[in-house]
Design a protein around this ligand. Structure first.
Ligand code: SF4
Length: 257
């Protein structure tokens, strides 16, 4: 069994931008990653896989930390500063075909909320698998509506229609919902526009837009237009929105896929 001694940690800097917006606060933000690896196997490439320096074939066979709920309970008992916990930052709490991961994620939701903190969930899996609790904010990552795009770039993740349906079920149950539209693809890879995407998500409470990590030299104008349309759609539907600060960041211009 994969083992780790510490789970709760505080991501710093830009890593907290989205969590702070969704949680509505800047203090007491923590994250838990109770697996190393993720069977969704995103090809963008996955930022988490890059920073953890894992080979793709190892990454898509997740090592799940089964003792995470017990350890987190001890950690959270000793730490009165925990206000909201993100599940997850470098893996996915509701990975497709990983019921053990779902079970541990739900135990973590139970532990964290019992000690009075909130939970911010983000997944490319099925939110109908997640435990219901009023202190949870349910989120999906969604950057396209095209299944051919998903099969190429997010081969192990849940099909888009099912992913949206899982989030909509949470909304219909009166629970807070949000969407992370990151990394929104560049013009030559996008198979639909941001307006079409937002039309399918018009009932969410919050939405975040971020760029493809390794955009090309002439993408700044394109992302400016995407951001403008995203903002306009959010105003139209009454969605509380955030455009990530590096959406037109020229520092990415040198990098290429
Ligand atoms: S869902 Fe997230 S953690 Fe999993 S492979 Fe994709 S980008 Fe990486």
């Amino acid at each position: 069994m994969a083992q780790r001694k510490v789970f709760l940690y505080q991501p710093t800097g830009k890593a907290n931008e989205t969590h702070a917006f969704i949680a509505g606060r800047h203090d007491g933000l923590y994250a838990i990653n109770h697996s190393r690896g993720c069977s969704h196997g995103c090809m963008y490439p996955c930022y988490a896989r890059r920073i953890l320096k894992s080979a793709y074939e190892d990454w898509i066979v997740p090592q799940i930390f089964k003792d995470a709920p017990e350890i987190v309970e001890r950690e959270i008992m000793r730490n009165p500063n925990v206000e909201d916990v993100e599940l997850c930052f470098t893996t996915d709490p509701f990975m497709v075909g990983q019921p053990e991961m779902h079970d541990i994620s739900n135990k973590l939701i139970d532990v964290i909320t019992r000690y009075g903190a909130g939970v911010t969930v983000l997944t490319k899996g099925d939110l109908t698998e997640a435990a219901s609790h009023p202190q949870v904010k349910y989120g999906i990552s969604l950057i396209s509506l095209s299944e051919s795009f998903r099969r190429k770039w997010e081969p192990g993740a849940l099909p888009y229609a099912e992913r949206i349906a899982g989030l909509k079920a949470r909304h219909d149950a009166g629970q807070p919902t949000w969407v992370s539209i990151e990394p929104f693809p560049p013009a030559d890879r996008a198979e639909n526009g941001i307006l079409e995407l937002m039309d399918n998500l018009q009932w969410v409470d919050k939405a975040v837009l971020g760029r493809w990590n390794y955009a090309r030299v002439n993408d700044a104008e394109y992302y400016k237009d995407v951001a403008r349309e995203f903002y306009w759609a959010c105003q139209k539907y009454g969605i509380d929105c955030m455009i990530k600060s590096d959406i037109m960041d020229k520092s990415n211009e040198e990098a290429k896929l």
